[in-house]
Design a protein around this ligand. Structure first.
Ligand code: ADP
Ligand code: MG
Ligand code: ZN
Length: 417
């Protein structure tokens, strides 16, 4: 209806000060406002909070946001307060008196968004108290915490599946940045009882050229790749500490400013190398997966995977460290079937439950599918995350389609003649 459209736009501009939605936001907002159980999957920084905050404000009354960490709750509440939105959090980091005072404001109808940890929301007292309100919606942030496939499973999140029965007819929405299919399916199953509309958007990083090459002589391949990009900051990922040291040594011997980073080094040495990488121009960081979390360097020009990561999630996260400034950047992966076989062997030997192994094996299959793709590699990568994409023109396959395709095009030409 038009009045809802207007209310949405007005709120977006007035409250959030934004003149337009980011990719994917509007669809999610519409779905929530239409009362459809909604799971939104968008990368970190894409703007997931707005997707439930805006509908909550449009609906009015009190809405609940479930969040796993006090720090996350406080950040969002502070940001909302600055924008003039009546938001509060009740959590164990506050005194009893503070929490009581907040609850009084909630009870008086003065609060629009109330942030709670799942264990607090699910206490019988809180549920009884909330049942007296007509709630706008319940949003579950960081919803991957409900899945055992992720790294951040939280037992308390499991109980959130009860919300469907506790608040029938209430819009239930969930947000996560973790896009792999096993986790998504798990969220839909456990939180929504199998029924939800899933939106995936914002994962594409169009300025990163994506390529895969056969791994033949990695030491030489790495060196010539780096030499061809003088003065550029880059990250080279290797699977083991030993390989990190070997590669960093070889590049240094070749006169390239390359520094190692792995968990086998002292904390001081690691910190010093990271500092140099951030502060100086054109440093090459040779690292294991230990490197990169929370690193904010905008002008990394390339990420070279000299060994294939075990999952496309890690691959995507790692290449995402390139080109944050929006300028052209590159991601190259050196692929060898032998590396994958080694990973499979590790997986077999791991003492983890069979279901878990099966999920990991499927993730590895997806990695192979990506490496051996004969159609747009970016489309394969985004497709894995559930996001649809057209052929991108900025990957090796798009730039240089495989011979099979050429042959059929030739054949068509011949036939037309
Ligand atoms: P996420 O939870 O997806 O990691 P956030 O919700 O914290 O991301 O939002 C990240 C940043 O993007 C915030 O600073 C937010 O204000 C900003 N943002 C969100 N939506 C928009 C928009 N439509 N236009 C401009 N900035 C936006
Ligand atoms: Mg968030
Ligand atoms: Zn492509």
């Amino acid at each position: 209806p038009p009045h809802i459209e207007e209310a949405k736009r007005a709120r977006l501009a007035e409250v959030f000060g934004f003149d337009r939605f980011r990719p994917g936001q509007q669809e999610v907002v519409d779905s929530i406002l239409a009362g459809v159980p909604t799971l939104a999957v968008m990368p970190t920084g894409a703007g997931k909070s707005l997707c439930y905050q805006l509908p909550a404000l449009v609906k009015g009354g009190l809405s609940i946001v479930v969040s796993p960490l006090i720090a996350l709750m406080d950040d969002q509440v502070n940001a909302l307060k600055l924008q003039g939105v009546a938001a509060e959090a009740i959590h164990s980091g506050k005194s009893r008196d503070e929490n009581v005072a907040i609850w009084r404001r909630v009870a008086a109808g003065e609060v629009r968004l109330l942030y709670l940890a799942p264990e607090r929301l699910l206490t019988e007292r809180m549920l009884a108290a909330l049942s007296r309100f007509s709630l706008g919606l319940v949003a579950v942030d960081e919803a991957h915490c409900i899945s055992q496939w992720g790294h951040s499973f939280r037992n308390e999140y499991l109980g959130l599946g009860r919300l469907r029965e506790l608040f029938p007819g209430l819009p239930l929405v969930a947000m996560t940045a973790t896009a792999d299919k096993a986790t998504r399916d798990d969220i839909v199953e456990r939180l929504f009882g199998g029924q939800a509309r899933v939106f995936v958007s914002g994962f594409d990083r169009p300025n990163i050229f994506i390529a895969v090459e056969d791994k033949k002589d990695p030491a030489r391949q790495i060196e010539s790749y780096v030499r061809a990009r003088p003065g550029m900051a880059g990250i080279i990922y290797r699977i083991s500490r030993k390989k990190v040291d070997e590669t960093a040594d070889r590049l240094s011997t070749a006169g390239i400013r390359a520094l190692p980073y792995h968990a086998g080094m002292s904390a001081e040495a690691r910190a010093a190398n990271q500092e140099t990488f951030l502060a100086e121009d054109g440093v090459v960081m040779v690292a294991t997966v230990a490197f990169g979390m929370g690193i904010d360097k905008s002008d990394v020009r390339y990420v070279l995977h000299a060994d294939a990561p075990g999952t496309l999630e890690s691959y995507y996260q790692e290449i995402g460290r390139a080109g944050r400034d929006g300028q052209p950047a590159e991601a190259l992966l050196l692929y060898s079937a032998g590396d994958i076989a080694t990973r499979r062997r590790f997986l077999d030997e791991e003492p983890s439950p069979p279901e878990r192994k099966m999920v990991e094996a499927r993730r590895l299959d997806a990695m192979v599918g990506f490496c051996e793709a004969v159609t747009c590699r970016r489309a394969v990568l985004l497709g894995y995350f559930g996001e649809r994409a057209k052929a991108c023109g900025a990957c090796d396959v798009c730039r240089d389609p495989p011979k099979v395709v050429d042959a059929s095009a030739d054949a068509q030409l011949v036939l037309r003649l």
